[in-house]
Write a protein that binds this ligand. Structure first.
Ligand code: XIL
Length: 348
């Protein structure tokens, strides 16, 4: 009797688990109207990408299907950050990042590796290292990670967010312990680790011409002049309804003139809640502007959104009162912004 009961209990638990997984995996995605963004972008000669959350992609079928159908490039949103990959010194955990990278390959997508050297989302142990130890650990990290993904991740944000708004270099263990030369050092290590990967410096708030983008310009100009290997500049493009900086195109052109590729790496357009129809239209205009401006500059070869559904976006998670920053609503239905991006990619 007790054995039977136990068995019954076991069966029940398994059944509940199966149902839970099925419910979580959910339904198929409702197809989005019109041609997929990746098809339109290919015709315009650019990649169109999104940040991806690995566990969501694993667990949520509709989310997974839309990524494969709509985008030609993906950026693991957190899975390739230092804290995720090397939680203890020398112990690497690739499983979550591998999930995203492997699916991208199945879907014929580029992968943007984000980010090797960044002040944020570092493991704790980094802070305890001496200068010499940090130099060695940085080299080992870059070599291990790029080695693991050679041939699978085509582009890396080698250095991310190195500059302050007013143009100074941002405090980070790397700056404090290795000095400003850490930027060039990281690029040289990266080139040696995977000679075929494209190497980018990525920055937030440097979309238009301002003190930060001026400093970014000087840094990459000097890197180029001294023979440091760098292929491109990533402009994150986190935006809001104030719109795109009027000097965005001009800014891209000066980087283009240095012979660099430009990627828009983290575009989103935050809205102050509550959402209204008028704000959604204004948001669609901002998105249209981002696409138009990228298409206006031949060096702008890739445009990635920092998430594609309002249900999975860092904006409401990190900026109280803000949200609804992406192309699809929480139910994965197209917002005016989605249609605007589609139209902007089709025009011309
Ligand atoms: C954000 C992620 O979206 C969040 O999930 C995480 O909690 C914090 O980082 N600039 C970057 C990205 O370079 O890595 C950040 O991503 C957003 C700002």
């Amino acid at each position: 009797m007790t054995i039977r009961r136990a068995a019954l209990g076991g069966v029940l638990i398994v059944a509940v688990l199966v149902v839970a997984v099925l419910v979580r995996q959910g339904r198929d995605a409702d197809p989005l109207p019109g041609p997929p963004l990746r098809e339109l972008a290919a015709k315009r000669g650019i990649e169109i990408g999104t940040a991806v959350r690995g566990t969501e992609q694993r667990d949520n079928r509709a989310y997974r299907q839309l990524i494969a159908a709509q985008f030609s490039s993906v950026t693991p949103e957190n899975e390739l950050k230092w804290y995720a990959l090397e939680p203890e010194r020398g112990r690497f955990e690739y499983a979550y990042a591998d999930m995203v990278v492997d699916r991208a390959r199945e879907a014929g997508q580029q992968v943007r590796g984000h980010a090797l050297v960044w002040f944020n989302q570092l493991p704790r142990w980094i802070r305890e290292l001496s200068s010499d130890e940090l130099r060695t650990a940085t080299e080992q990290h870059i070599r291990a990670v790029m080695g693991h993904y050679t041939g699978r991740v085509g582009v890396w944000d080698v250095v991310n967010e190195a500059i302050l708004d007013r143009g100074g270099l941002r405090r980070a263990p790397f700056l404090d312990k290795l000095g400003p030369g850490y930027i060039g050092e990281a690029f040289k290590i990266a080139r040696a680790a995977d000679p075929k990967a494209k190497l980018f410096i990525n920055e937030i708030g440097a979309d238009g011409i301002n003190a930060k983008s001026d400093r970014l310009y000087e840094i990459v100009r000097d890197l180029k002049a001294t023979g440091v290997p760098i292929d491109g500049v990533g402009l994150q493009m986190h935006s809001n309804l104030r719109g795109v900086a009027p000097t965005f195109v001009e800014n891209m052109r000066r980087f283009e003139a240095l012979g660099l590729e430009i990627h828009i790496t983290e575009a989103d357009v935050g809205i102050r809640l509550p959402v209204t129809e008028r704000k959604l239209q204004a948001q669609a205009d901002v998105y249209k502007g981002i696409v138009d401006d990228c298409l206006a500059v031949s060096a702008c070869k890739s445009l990635t959104f920092w998430g594609f559904t309002d249900g999975r976006s860092w904006i409401p998670e990190t900026q109280p009162g803000m949200g609804a920053a992406t192309l699809l609503d929480e139910q994965l239905r197209p917002k005016p912004a989605f249609v605007a991006v589609q139209r902007a990619l089709s025009a011309g």
